[in-house]
Design a binder for this molecule. Structure first.
Ligand code: GAP
Length: 458
């Protein structure tokens, strides 16, 4: 595995971003638990997405659908028949791989050579012919485990936005064009997993189904590609690490007229971060046929009834999380500070945008054995907690404490020192510039607010 990835995975574990699931039992492949910092960061990403695409829009509403749905949903959607990957098996070691991911025994992006070459486990070149493997996890509703009660964990969040199309549109009195958004878990029994949280069997998606009048779909598609990219840039991803990938017609999903992926340059290569698909009226028509319900939209102005087309921008929350970690990761040989006892050590930083940083402000008393300093620091900490995500730390030299915060990407740190007791001001330290300024306690909260706002606008 790439050295940078190893370091990121180790940092993620050490500082409580991501743990392997069930680690005390040896772990489970491709399942991950988010620790305290990872959970906070995921919430920030979800919130930023929700703010931009739901709260600040007048025609996009959110739902939270059940993960288990009526079994017919998966027939209608085409997932039972088509949601498959080509599985090949090494004849020597019985290792199983996705044929389209296995060229020269390494992970490859789309658009490259198609023939599998050699087994990454044992080096053999003899594989079984590819057969289609359905990626959905099967389960049963109720106590009788027969086919009549079989259903699947949803492999995408999209379907409940289609099955609820009419209920949402009518209850909210929405007019086309409008969108339904959903963030939530999806499950896929992936054949080959790996690259940390990039490809796992349980993950989270943030999707929008945007319903438009047929004929207006192509223009809407282009706009959504722009908006989706804008979202990633707004969270701090570097432009040079993003690119578009246009799916060739012959490799489009069964429902898609056009798909553009947004790829990120991970340390292991370019990989799909998100996508925008033109799903046409495929899903609404299928659900109308299988449910026997009329899912056409009635345009009150023109008195027309039609199936809207659907533009679907989708993103993997876990992949975005990983991209943000990779993008923010920096090592400074010899450290950045020349004055602390920790100088000359390599310093690791996460330069997160404040909008995603799991901790926004750290609060320290200069020393922990002076009652008045500790009391004042705790009072300031409690006050700032009302507005920001904060961490209190009184252990170790101040330079070390700054480093600990730099390592988890905290943009600001407040130090309460002896002068604070005299002049009611504190030191506010900026992670990126390391500049320190005195700020009066009275104005501290507003000052941090302004700095955070400015940083998210840059
Ligand atoms: N509703 C459309 C849909 O599900 P997709 O391209 O299959 O499209 C959307 O998935 C996004 O979900 C991907 O761009 C990726 O970010 C994320 N994703 C898909 N499979 C994943 C996996 N096994 N692990 C982590 N994220 C995954």
């Amino acid at each position: 595995m790439d050295e940078k990835m190893k370091k990121i995975i180790s940092l993620a574990k050490r500082r409580g971003f991501v743990f392997q699931s069930s680690e005390i039992y040896g772990g489970v492949e491709a399942l991950w638990d988010y620790g305290p910092l990872g959970t906070a960061m995921k919430q920030n990403i979800r919130k930023a997405w929700f703010n931009m695409f739901v709260r600040q829009q007048s025609n996009i509403v959110a739902i939270e659908g059940a993960i288990l749905m009526h079994p017919k949903v998966w027939q209608a959607s085409g997932h039972i028949e088509n949601f498959t990957d080509p599985l090949i098996e090494c004849k020597s070691c019985n290792g199983r791989f996705r044929a389209d991911h296995m060229i020269d025994g390494r992970f490859v992006g789309q658009g490259e050579a198609k023939e599998p070459n050699q087994c990454p486990n044992c080096g053999d070149r003899d594989f079984t012919p590819a057969r289609n493997f359905n990626l959905m996890f099967k389960t049963f509703l109720g106590p009788i485990q027969d086919e009549a009660n079989a259903t699947y964990l949803r492999p995408e969040t999209a379907q409940s936005m289609f099955t609820n199309f009419k209920l949402v549109q009518e209850s909210q009195r929405l007019k086309v064009p409008f969108g339904i958004a959903q963030a939530g878990k999806a499950f896929r029994n992936e054949i080959t997993t790996g690259n940390f949280i990039f490809r796992s069997r349980e993950f989270e998606q943030m999707e929008i189904e945007y319903f438009v009048k047929p004929g207006e779909d192509e223009q809407s598609f282009d706009l959504w590609v722009e908006k989706w990219e804008q979202f990633f840039l707004s969270l701090g991803l570097r432009k040079e690490n993003l690119r578009r990938y246009e799916h060739p017609k012959e490799s489009l999903s069964h429902y898609s007229k056009r798909t553009v992926d947004i790829e990120y340059k991970f340390p292991f290569g370019w990989g799909e971060l998100a996508g925008i698909a033109n799903r046409t009226d495929f899903d609404l028509k299928q659900h109308a046929e299988f449910s026997g319900q009329d899912l056409r939209y009635f345009d009150e102005t023109t008195k027309e009834k039609y199936f809207p087309y659907v533009i679907e921008p989708t993103a993997g929350l876990d992949r975005l999380f990983l991209a943000l970690l990779c993008d923010a990761y920096e090592e400074v040989e010899g450290g950045r500070s020349t004055t602390t006892e920790a100088a000359k050590e390599k310093e690791t930083m996460l330069k997160f945008s404040p909008s995603v940083a799991p901790v926004q402000v750290a609060v320290f008393p200069l020393v922990k054995n002076k009652q008045e300093l500790v009391a004042e620091a705790k009072r300031i900490y409690a006050e700032l907690q009302q507005k920001f995500s904060c961490q209190y730390d009184e252990t170790g030299a101040i330079g070390r404490r700054y480093r600990r915060q730099d390592e988890i990407g905290t943009p600001f740190a407040v130090t309460v020192d002896f002068d604070t007791l005299e002049d009611d001001s504190v030191t506010l330290r900026n992670r990126d510039t390391m500049a320190q300024e005195r700020v009066s306690v009275k104005h501290l909260s507003d000052k941090i607010d302004a700095l955070l706002f400015r940083a998210t606008m840059e």
